[in-house]
Design a protein around this ligand. Structure first.
Ligand SMILES: NC(=O)c1ccc[n+]([C@@H]2O[C@H](COP(=O)([O-])OP(=O)(O)OC[C@H]3O[C@@H](n4cnc5c(N)ncnc54)[C@H](OP(=O)(O)O)[C@@H]3O)[C@@H](O)[C@H]2O)c1
Length: 325
């Protein structure tokens, strides 16, 4: 070995030792979720999105290169609600043998994925994950810088307990993409739950105390009600969520609409079908009006109709409204 080769070898060894040291690793930025006290976070290889098997569309591809000039120019903040209905304000087929399937047309499904792509986080209640095993990711060839954070309201940690005790395998808990679960269980023993580090638990004290029986929002139970306003604030402060999409189900939608009037705009997809046994939403145009929203316009989306609702005085992110999402 020449003297020159010896010096080069020594220099490479020094570079390797420095960059593999714990000191250096300490400077690698950590995921934002790591600042939440009840979290567990472990870096897992991101799964290939093409392998996700969601039943709400035929194409699982996400495109990260940008092709949609209109969407990229739009900056949206606040809370956007999206719900799809049949002709009787039902949100799902409840007939015994009916599989959980999407019932809106391709154009409407594309719109939902664009909306997810323009959202920092997508929120659903425990019932939607249980029934649909949704992945809540951006697919169908829609452009997105990154997948939105998935947020689940599961006050009793029912989904996780079903995994621990019954072997349930929900995508939002197993696919390795980040999911945050807001719950009201004060004494969680994390080590007993065997969670992936992509799953973050956030405890929220219920603001319906156990001994309060009056004035409960319909469908909610004492001791397990997380204030949607507190959730929105926590998501903003801890996860940088400035535009939240609330994707259902109806119980969660109503909780965001009524007690605290948190919905800034709502996108209602009305499909021209009638479920055999509809899952009733408990919603109507009055629900939206009571929450301080007014109808901006209605437009056709394939065979469906989309109603755009917003707070009076707040313009839609685009003019005309159907340009977004
Ligand atoms: N058509 C659509 O656009 C659409 C969208 C989503 C879902 N769906 C359908 O809707 C059905 C499920 O309806 P759902 O109303 O049961 O679903 P959901 O709203 O997803 O889940 C309801 C549950 O979430 C928890 N929750 C909601 N708000 C909470 C809060 N503020 N604090 C604490 N916990 C809260 C409660 O869990 P606990 O019961 O544990 O207290 C509540 O019972 C499914 O059939 C699904 O397919 C349809």
């Amino acid at each position: 070995m020449t003297r020159r080769e010896g010096i080069l070898g020594l220099a490479l060894s020094v570079v390797f030792i420095v960059f593999s040291s714990p000191l250096c690793r300490g400077f690698i930025p950590r995921d934002l979720s790591a600042i939440v006290s009840t979290k567990r976070y472990r870096h897992l290889p991101a799964p290939l999105l093409a392998t996700l098997d969601d039943h709400d569309d035929a194409s699982n591809t996400v495109t990260t290169s940008s092709t949609s000039k209109d969407r990229n120019d739009v900056v949206v903040t606040g809370v956007t609600l999206k719900v799809a209905f049949d002709s009787n304000w039902g949100v799902a087929e409840m007939a015994d043998d009916a599989p959980s399937v999407r019932f809106t047309c391709d154009q409407s499904l594309d719109m939902v994925h664009r909306l997810r792509g323009d959202s920092d986080a997508v929120l659903v209640g425990r019932g939607t994950v249980e029934r649909d095993d949704c992945s809540l990711t951006v697919r169908r060839g829609v452009t997105a810088d990154k997948q939105p954070l998935r947020v689940i309201l599961d006050p009793r940690l029912t989904l996780i307990l079903a995994e621990v005790h019954e072997g349930a395998q929900y995508k939002v808990l197993t696919d390795g993409l980040p999911t945050v679960i807001y719950h009201c269980v004060s004494d969680v023993r994390l080590e007993s739950l065997n969670l992936l580090d992509s799953v973050t638990l956030v405890y929220m004290e219920s603001n319906l105390p156990n001994d309060t029986q009056e004035d409960l929002p319909e469908g909610n139970r004492p001791g397990r009600y997380a204030s949607p306003g507190a959730v929105v604030e926590h998501l903003r402060d801890n996860f940088g969520v400035h535009h939240l999409m609330v994707e259902g189900g109806p119980q969660t939608a109503i909780n965001f609409l009524q007690p605290e009037n948190l919905i800034d705009r709502a996108i209602l997809v009305r499909a021209p079908i009638s479920f055999q046994e509809p899952f009733p939403s408990g919603m109507s145009t009055e629900t939206l009006q009571d929450a301080g929203l007014e109808l901006v316009c209605s437009k056709e989306s394939g065979v469906d109709t989309i109603d755009y609702w917003a707070r009076p005085g707040e313009s839609w992110p685009t003019d005309p409204p159907e340009d977004w999402p």
